[in-house]
Write a protein that binds this ligand. Structure first.
Ligand SMILES: [Zn+2]
Length: 290
């Protein structure tokens, strides 16, 4: 692109917008930039691109696809994940260029993971029902400048029939701010999750955070928080809370993530089903609120 602009006499800098260190070539932007190396390594694919010797991104994609012994589904999902990450990097780079966004690898990762997760769900549903679910995937938001992440999970103990839920709040850089958990008795799993989300959101607001991103594995919660469907009666209190908050300029969004992202919060939720507890505590080394 820069080459074309320069050919037309338009002055451009071709320094990489993500790291501001090297020339922005295709190989650098998608594979070698320190910014994108962190994304590949942190993604569910866990790829190290630092030592790669390759002539082109295309060649790399072809060589990285799992071998033919793996099933067609695995190969397909792997390829889909790679393209989603490539797309997310490109999209983020354009937001930096056109909207002056500050490069944030964590955000690229979150968006890519959410898209991959949605795709995997749609893909498996499509196989079961043989119907297209693409329209149900909802819109993907890309530029809300979140300033806090709330990981939430609920757990139902099959033996005792008791449920519990937990949350952990993190800065966009992954620094823990506060965490908590509630025993919820015999409450339904999803209702326990709603309660804990409300509690965590109000705590975040109290601390001065106004752009809240919730991470969970619940598709129900995802659609509700992202206003992709109307609430049912048991969700009305929660939904009204979110709407009231948006009138006070507190934006709440949700990203669907794979279980592995929230596994330690799920462990916390599991613990709360063993004995009665209701607590929320600040992480001791966190003192700065953005
Ligand atoms: Zn770079």
């Amino acid at each position: 692109m820069f080459h074309k602009l320069r050919c037309r006499g338009i002055a451009t800098s071709n320094v990489c917008l993500m790291c501001n260190e090297d020339e922005e070539t295709v190989n650098h932007l998608f594979l070698q930039c320190p910014f994108v190396r962190a994304i590949w390594l942190g993604s569910s694919l866990g790829i190290r691109t630092y030592f790669l010797v390759t002539n082109s991104v295309k060649q790399w994609v072809v060589s990285a696809i799992p071998n033919k012994e793996d099933s067609e589904d695995i190969r397909m999902l792997y390829l889909q994940s790679m393209f989603t990450i490539l797309w997310s990097i490109w999209n983020h780079r354009n937001l930096v260029l056109h909207q002056g966004k500050v490069p944030n690898p964590k955000e690229v990762l979150l968006i890519a993971q959410s898209c991959i997760c949605r795709y995997h769900q749609a893909f498996s549903m499509e196989r079961v029902q043989n119907t297209s679910t693409r329209q149900q995937q909802g819109k993907t938001f890309t530029n809300y400048n979140w300033n806090i992440i709330l990981k939430v999970a609920a757990y139902k103990n099959k033996k005792t029939k008791k449920s519990g839920a937990a949350f952990e709040a993190l800065t966009m850089d992954g620094v823990s701010i506060f965490s908590g958990g509630n025993s919820c008795g015999r409450k339904q799993h999803y209702l326990a999750l709603q309660d804990v989300v409300s509690e965590a959101i109000f705590k975040a607001k109290e601390l001065g955070f106004h752009r809240i991103l919730i991470l969970s594995t619940s598709t129900k919660l995802d659609k509700l928080c992202n206003r992709n469907r109307k609430p049912v009666w048991s969700e009305k209190t929660f939904y009204t809370d979110i709407q009231k908050l948006s009138q006070q300029d507190v934006l709440v969004n949700h990203l669907l993530v794979p279980t592995v992202v929230n596994s330690h919060v799920l462990d916390l939720a599991d613990i709360t089903t063993s004995f009665p507890v209701h607590h929320c505590r600040m992480t001791s080394d966190y003192s700065h609120v953005t």
